[in-house]
Design a protein around this ligand. Structure first.
Ligand SMILES: Cc1cc2nc3c(=O)[nH]c(=O)nc-3n(C[C@H](O)[C@H](O)[C@H](O)COP(=O)(O)OP(=O)(O)OC[C@H]3O[C@@H](n4cnc5c(N)ncnc54)[C@H](O)[C@@H]3O)c2cc1C
Length: 512
C-alpha cells in the first residue's frame, strides 16, 4: 500500500486525509508539529470559556466543502440558548436538530461587524447613510466627496495597494478607514504593498457601491460576498469541527502523530523518499514515503529540502514573509458601549461578532465578541462577555516577546482608552500567539510563480492550504486545495489545478 504522509493537522491536512480515506485504500499518516488539531482554525480553552484565534466564519460557495463540513455536524433547526431567551423562535422548527440537546451542530449566526472610529460605530462595509453622515460630520463628508471626485477624474496606475484604495474610495476616505488599519495589519504602509492584496479582498467594493448599497439595500444571491448576512458556526467554536474530523479520520483508519515537526525531506531525483521529524525533546524520526501532502509554510518547506535547488528559487522560497498574530482573551462583566442597534441581544450587549478598530491612537486591530458567535462559548454568557483583542505583529518583536501579564494590562488599557470597557469590569485575561497567521505578499513574493513551477516538478509532493500555498486562503479554499491535490494524486486532474483554487475574482471577503 502507498505510504502517504500529510504535513499538518489544520483544515487542509485533515481534508486531504478524509478524502483519501473515503475514496481510496490509502491509510494516510498526518504529521503535526503541535499537540493541537485545527492549526489556525482551532479553538482555545480559557478556563471554562472558549475562544477562536480570530473568530472563524464557515462560509463557502463550494458544495464539496459544505458536504465535508456536514459530514461532522448538522445545521441547527431549533433555537439556540440566546434565541430562546430573546424569544426569537419564528424562524425555527419545533423539532429537528436542537443545539440545546445536541453538540455536533452548526449554528446559523447573524453576521454583524462594524467599524469603530472617532469612538463611534460605522457600518462595515461603509454605507453613506444618515448614521455615517452624523458620525463623520459635515466637514469630513465634504472632504470625502471631493476626494472621491478627484479620484474619479485622475485615475492612478495601480502599482500599490494605496493606489488601489484611492482609485476606489478617494484619498480622504482611504486615509480614514484603510491606511491605518492596513498598516496595523501588515506592519507595512499600503504604499509598499502589492495591489493584489486589495484585489483579493475588496473586490467590487468602492465608494459608489457603498452609496448604492445604502440606497437600495440589495439582498440575495448576487450581493457582494462581503455583505452576506449569515454564516455557520460550530456550537463550541471552529476547532470543534476539526476535532470531529480527527475522530472520524481515526475511525476510518487514518493516523495523526502529534509533536512531529517536519524538519528535513530527502530526495531521490525529483521524488521525496524520506521525511524527518523532530519532537520537543529533539528526538528524530524518519518516515519512508511514497507521496507527501504539505500544508507547512512554503518557507519552512524550502528550508527542509535536502537537495540542490536553483539558488534563486531557493532564495525566493526561503525569504517569503509572514505576519504573526496575538490575541488577548478578556472575560468582562459588561461593556461600556451601549447597544443602539435594532438587534436585540442577551444582556443587551452590542450585537457585533467582531469590530474593526480604526482608531489611530491604539494598536488593537480587531475586537471579537465571542458571546455573539455562539452562546455556548461562554460559560455564564448572561452575566459575562468574552472578548478577543486582536493584534498583528512580527514573531520576535516587542509585542510578541512581551510578558503575558504585561500584555493583558496593555490590551486592557487600550480597550478602556477607546471607551469599550471599564477596567474595573475585567475578570481575567489570557494571551495566545499565532505564528505565520498571514502570508505576506511583499518582497520576493512577486517571484513566487517560479516557486510554484519548481514545486510542481517534485513528482510526489502536493502543496495545500494557506501557508502551504502562501496564499490568503480561507478555510474553504484551504480544504478545496486538499481535495484537488487528492484528485491530482489519483490522476484525475493536473497538479497545476491545485494552485488555481481561490484565484477567480468573484469570491473574497473584504476584511477578515
Ligand atoms: C485571524 C484569522 C481569522 C480567520 N478567519 C477565517 C474565517 O472567518 N473563515 C475562514 O474560512 N477562514 C478564516 N481564516 C483562515 C483559516 O484560519 C485558514 O484558512 C486555515 O486555518 C488554513 O488551514 P491550513 O490547514 O492550510 O493551515 P493551518 O490552519 O495553518 O494548519 C497548518 C498545520 O500545519 C502544522 N505545521 C506547520 N509546520 C509544520 C511542520 N514543519 N511539521 C508538522 N506540522 C507543521 C501547524 O502546526 C498547523 O497545525 C482566518 C485566519 C486568521 C489568521
Amino acid at each position: 500500500m502507498k505510504k502517504t504522509y500529510i504535513i499538518g493537522a489544520g483544515p487542509a491536512g485533515l481534508a486531504a486525509a478524509y478524502k483519501l480515506l473515503k475514496e481510496t485504500d490509502v491509510k494516510p499518516v498526518i504529521l503535526e508539529e503541535t499537540s493541537d488539531i485545527g492549526g489556525i482554525s482551532r479553538t482555545h480553552r480559557f478556563d471554562e470559556n472558549l475562544m477562536d484565534l480570530g473568530g472563524h466564519r464557515f462560509f463557502t460557495k463550494s458544495d464539496e466543502v459544505m458536504e465535508f463540513w456536514l459530514s461532522f455536524a448538522d445545521i441547527q433547526e431549533m433555537p439556540s440558548r440566546d434565541d430562546i431567551i430573546l424569544n426569537n423562535l419564528a424562524k425555527y422548527k419545533e423539532t429537528g436538530v436542537n443545539p440545546e440537546t445536541q453538540d455536533n451542530v452548526l449554528l446559523i449566526r447573524r453576521r454583524l461587524s462594524r467599524m469603530f472610529f472617532l469612538k463611534k460605530f460605522f457600518d462595515y462595509p461603509l454605507k453613506l447613510n444618515f448614521e455615517s453622515f452624523k458620525n463623520l460630520g459635515l466637514k469630513n463628508i465634504i472632504t470625502i466627496g471631493f476626494g472621491y471626485l478627484i479620484s474619479c477624474i485622475i485615475k492612478r496606475k495601480e502599482n500599490t495597494l494605496e493606489d488601489f484604495y484611492i482609485n476606489r474610495f478617494g484619498k480622504p476616505l482611504y486615509e480614514m478607514f484603510f491606511e491605518g488599519y492596513t498598516e496595523k495589519l501588515w506592519g507595512t504602509h499600503p504604499s509598499k504593498l502589492s495591489p493584489e492584496w486589495g484585489a483579493q479582498r475588496v473586490k467590487g467594493l468602492s465608494l459608489l457601491s457603498a452609496i448604492k448599497d445604502s440606497i437600495f439595500k440589495k439582498e440575495g444571491k448576487d450581493v457582494e460576498t462581503s455583505l452576506i448576512k449569515e454564516f455557520y458556526y460550530p456550537k463550541y467554536g471552529v476547532g470543534q469541527l476539526y476535532e470531529l474530523a480527527k475522530e472520524k479520520i481515526t475511525e476510518m483508519g487514518g493516523t495523526i502523530l502529534f509533536n512531529r515537526k517536519v524538519s528535513k525531506l530527502d530526495f531521490n531525483g525529483d521524488k521525496i523518499t524520506h521525511i524527518h521529524t523532530m519532537n520537543n525533546e529533539n528526538q528524530e524520526e524518519i518516515f519512508e514515503c511514497d507521496e507527501v501532502f504539505s500544508s507547512m509554510p512554503v518557507k519552512d518547506l524550502f528550508k527542509a529540502f535536502n537537495k540542490e535547488i536553483d539558488k534563486n528559487i531557493r532564495q525566493v522560497g526561503e525569504n517569503l514573509a509572514y505576519r504573526d498574530f496575538m490575541t488577548t482573551g478578556l472575560l468582562v462583566k459588561k461593556l461600556a458601549v451601549k447597544n443602539q442597534t435594532e438587534f436585540k441581544t442577551v444582556s443587551d450587549i452590542i450585537p457585533d461578532c467582531w469590530i474593526y478598530i480604526q482608531e489611530k491612537n491604539v494598536k488593537i486591530g480587531r475586537l471579537q465578541i465571542f458571546n455573539n458567535w455562539s452562546p455556548y462559548l461562554v460559560k455564564d454568557f448572561e452575566n459575562y462577555v468574552m472578548l478577543g483583542l486582536e493584534y498583528f505583529c512580527d514573531e520576535g518583536d516587542e509585542m510578541w516577546t512581551c510578558d503575558d501579564n504585561k500584555f493583558i494590562e496593555f490590551a486592557s488599557d487600550e480597550l478602556s482608552k477607546i471607551g469599550i470597557i471599564n477596567k474595573e469590569d475585567i475578570i481575567k485575561g489570557t494571551v495566545v500567539r499565532v505564528k505565520k497567521a498571514y502570508p505576506k505578499y511583499t518582497g520576493c513574493y512577486s517571484e513566487f510563480p517560479k516557486v510554484i513551477e519548481y514545486l510542481n516538478t517534485i513528482e510526489n509532493l502536493y502543496c495545500i492550504g494557506r501557508n502551504g500555498q502562501h496564499r490568503y486562503n480561507n478555510m474553504d479554499h484551504s480544504i478545496l486545495t486538499a481535495f484537488r491535490a487528492v484528485d491530482a494524486s489519483l490522476g484525475k486532474c493536473d497538479k497545476k489545478i491545485i494552485w488555481n483554487v481561490n484565484t477567480e475574482k468573484e469570491y473574497h471577503e473584504t476584511k477578515n
